[in-house]
Design a protein around this ligand. Structure first.
Ligand code: URA
Length: 426
């Protein structure tokens, strides 16, 4: 194999050149075995942050990440496979409802997920608030559960795209997370390695999302759709707003309870609507002729949810953990709610104990925030707007500071952005 100089590859990208397949493959492999130093890879990541990767470079880069580990083989299942990935938001508990719903429609949903970091929650942390539920499954268990139940939400094993894990940790400490090609290859390498036939991407845009403006959200969505298609995965992206939290509940057990309410035909209308929107796209992608709302309303999605929780050791009937302390935050004045800031609410839930700052931190099952008002709603002075849930006074006090400016009340009623901003297919 040809050997290159790491410095030459870095300077080429720094000066805006297009890297060859050989250079990309060499530098990623050499980094893997320790022949390229952390500071050299950091420098290359920064050069990519500024100069990007063209579509061919990006495909080669992503291929290498996939090839660094195993690829789940889900062929031979009796149902078509389809998954969803959200780029992350506050109160985004859609997976908990969507996976069993789409399974109830006749597909197999392999949701290999991660834990939360910072202000966005992780699906596994939410489900771990259910007594007995376990996140780790072997590849055989994943296949078996997909065949018998139709839906699996579990931890993405360390064998899937391991090169991404190291690069992501490096990006996290070098200011290079928010690069569109690096995000796209990181997300898509894991999803492609997971072995799904079809994929819907829910790209969030707004205050509480990675992408703060629509132009960048569209670019990320197009890039990921292109990568999925280039690797034989039927991929569609939807762009949805993340200015205010989704639904009312933000926090692990609180979000599970809200999801169960939606599965029982109740719960917040925005959560139900987005779930149905995504379920419709997913079932269409794999050619299932079914209206997902019928499966939500006749209780079959809820039944699949119960089977999915039980199959992983959880008790769907167990009482959920409750916080020891509850405190109500009230509206500062009368008027119309102009904004409920998803970022501030996400940070508050994190400070209250629901999230982690470092990968190895533990999270509280019961801490979080209930958002009691929606954007555009009329409120009276002193009306409860948030409920803070905490396990102790130290966390409560941190949460109280973070929530201070999370709601803005004005004189006029505002326009609230529609649920779906853009659908991206190629
Ligand atoms: N999630 C990922 O898996 N990778 C990124 O780069 C960003 C979010």
């Amino acid at each position: 194999m040809t050997t290159f100089s790491a410095v030459d590859v870095i300077t080429a990208k720094r000066d805006g050149a297009v890297l060859s397949d050989e250079e990309i493959t060499w530098i990623l492999d050499a980094y893997d075995i320790g022949d390229v130093a952390e500071e050299q890879m950091s420098s290359l990541l920064m050069a990519i942050y500024f100069n990007g990767l063209d579509p061919h470079e990006l495909t080669t880069w992503t291929d290498r990440m996939i090839a660094s580990g195993e690829r789940l083989d889900l062929r031979g299942l009796s149902r078509p496979t389809v998954d969803k990935h959200s780029t992350g938001g506050v109160g985004d508990k859609i997976s908990l409802i969507l996976a069993p719903l789409v399974a109830a429609c006749g597909a197999a949903v392999p949701q290999l997920s991660g834990r939360g970091l910072g202000h966005t929650g992780g699906t596994l942390d939410k489900l771990e608030s259910i007594p007995g539920w376990r996140a780790t499954l072997s590849n055989d268990e994943i296949r078996e559960q997909l065949e018998s139940v139709g839906a699996v939400i579990c931890a993405a094993g360390s064998g899937l795209a391991p090169a991404d894990r190291r690069l992501y940790a490096l990006r996290d400490v070098t200011g290079t997370v928010a690069s569109i090609p690096l995000m796209a290859s990181s997300i898509m390498s894991k999803k492609i390695a997971e072995g799904t036939q079809a994929l819907v991407l829910d790209v969030k845009v707004g205050r509480g999302a990675f992408m703060k403006d629509l132009g960048r959200a569209r670019e990320l969505a197009h890039t990921m759709v292109g990568l999925g298609l280039a690797h034989g995965v039927k991929t569609v992206a939807q762009i949805t707003p993340m200015n205010a939290p989704l639904g009312q509940a933000v926090g692990n057990a609180l979000e599970v309870t809200e999801s169960v309410n939606v599965l029982k035909g109740q719960g917040p209308s925005d959560v139900r609507a987005l779930t149905l929107e995504l379920a419709t796209i997913m079932t269409e992608l794999v050619g299932l002729d079914v209206n997902p709302s019928t499966k939500l309303d006749d209780g079959s999605a809820f039944e699949v949810y119960r089977q999915m929780i039980r199959a992983q050791g959880g008790d769907p009937d167990a009482a959920m953990p409750q916080a020891k302390i509850l405190e109500v935050v009230t509206a500062p004045r009368a008027g119309y709610v102009r904004s409920v800031d998803a970022l501030a609410v996400g940070i508050t839930a994190w400070r209250l104990g629901a999230g982690r700052a470092r990968k190895e931190d533990s999270v509280s099952a019961s801490a979080g925030v209930m958002c009691l008002v929606r954007e555009g709603e009329k409120v009276e002075k002193g009306q409860p707007v948030f409920e803070l849930h905490a396990d102790d006074h130290a966390h409560l006090s941190l949460g109280r500071d973070a929530i201070a400016d999370a709601v803005v009340v004005g004189d006029e009623q505002i326009w609230v952005a529609p649920l779906k901003l853009n659908l991206i297919r190629k």
